[in-house]
Design a protein around this ligand. Structure first.
Ligand SMILES: [Zn+2]
Length: 356
């Protein structure tokens, strides 16, 4: 009896949050009204490529997947651009100098126009990549050495569509440094006492650019492959991120990232993991996410073979690595409706969540 009344209480509480989705329209039609901001998770097989298109039609690509495979990732990004109704990348931000993030930029630049490039600044060598000099030179060639260095606090201002809220990207961390200053409500973060440090990460992951996208009251955090101890700096002693609506699970879901201290501070409503079948998607990360009271849903670009705790199949865009259909997860943020909607292209499954 107790169980039944608890269940009905939970349903009562959850029902207003999970709004029944409207019928799915093709992307072209969804973008025609230009009131929504769209985010596309391109399947780059365990790399990262997150395409954002604003209501004014301005585009930001955060990371560009892998090189090789006959231009596979660049072609998939181009497909996403087509779905979004754009032909140019206005802002190409790469979070760090790892192949699965910036390796795909030269191929993409051969296929589509890219107006501006952003990174965390020049690097002369990288211990973890023996082929770094060649890849870095290929990247320098497409940027003509004119990429813009993002520092903690740097802002990328974006055009505001008529009747649409303000939209911008802010860099919260880069090269292991975090944005300075106390937030207005500057109480120290009580979650911090539970932080257990891990050995310092000397790879470029720790130097990842961390981006907060703000559109009206919608907040989206993309921290690239930022690792454990720098994640702690972002929220301790003060929470410099705030609470967010959408979290791109860090580092493809690796357990060297996704420090519970960060997750419990930013309180995401929805998380999207851009894991591969065998890359990232580690068990501890699923566990930490499942313990978040704020989290309404976890969506995955791939099923992970590294855990038994995958999301239900309808929340997973690609169930098998060898399937080349490269399905996307899409997010549409409609400030007019005070909600955002996540769609799995493979199944058509759609769920909407209220903005905080
Ligand atoms: Zn990565």
């Amino acid at each position: 009896m107790k169980k039944i009344s608890l269940l009905s209480t939970i349903i009562f509480l959850i029902y207003p949050v999970i709004i029944q989705p409207a019928q799915q329209k093709p992307a072209e039609q969804r973008n025609a009204g230009k009131s929504a901001l769209e985010i596309y998770y391109v399947d780059v097989e365990g790399g990262a490529a997150t395409l954002i298109v604003t209501p004014a039609g301005e585009s930001i690509l955060v990371d560009a997947g892998w090189p090789g495979f006959e231009g596979r990732d660049a072609k998939r990004i181009e497909q996403a651009m087509k779905a979004a109704g754009i032909t140019t990348i206005d802002h190409m931000v790469m979070t760090h100098y790892h192949t699965d993030h910036y390796g795909g930029i030269p191929e993409l630049a051969r296929r589509v126009k890219i107006k501006k490039f952003y990174d965390h600044g020049p690097v002369s060598s990288l211990d973890e990549d023996k082929d770094f000099a060649r890849k870095y030179a290929a990247y320098q060639e497409v940027t003509s050495g004119k990429s813009i260095t993002l520092k903690p606090g740097s802002k990328i201002e974006l055009k505001r569509a008529p009747g649409s809220p303000e939209v911008y990207l802010q860099c919260l961390a880069a090269r292991t440094e975090v944005i300075s200053g106390k937030p207005a409500r500057s109480a120290t973060n009580s979650v911090c006492s539970s932080h257990t440090p891990k050995p310092d990460d000397t790879s470029d992951n720790a130097r990842s650019v961390v981006l907060l996208l703000r559109f009206g009251t919608f907040d989206f955090l993309d921290s690239g492959d930022l690792t454990w101890n720098i994640e702690e700096k972002l929220v301790c002693p003060y929470n410099l991120v705030g609470e967010i609506d959408l979290f791109q699970v860090a580092h493809h879901g690796a357990n060297t990232s996704n420090n519970p201290v960060l997750l419990q501070s930013i309180k995401p409503t929805v998380a999207i993991m851009n894991n591969g079948e065998r890359k990232g998607g580690q068990h501890e990360t699923f566990q930490s996410l499942s313990e978040l009271p704020s989290l309404k849903a976890l969506w995955q670009v791939h099923r992970s073979s590294n855990t038994e705790k995958n999301a239900p199949p309808e929340y997973i865009a690609n169930l098998a690595e060898k399937d080349d259909s490269a399905q996307m997860i899409r997010v549409s943020v409609d400030p007019g409706k005070r909600s955002f909607t996540v769609t799995n292209d493979r199944t058509g499954k759609q769920e909407s969540y209220l903005l905080r």
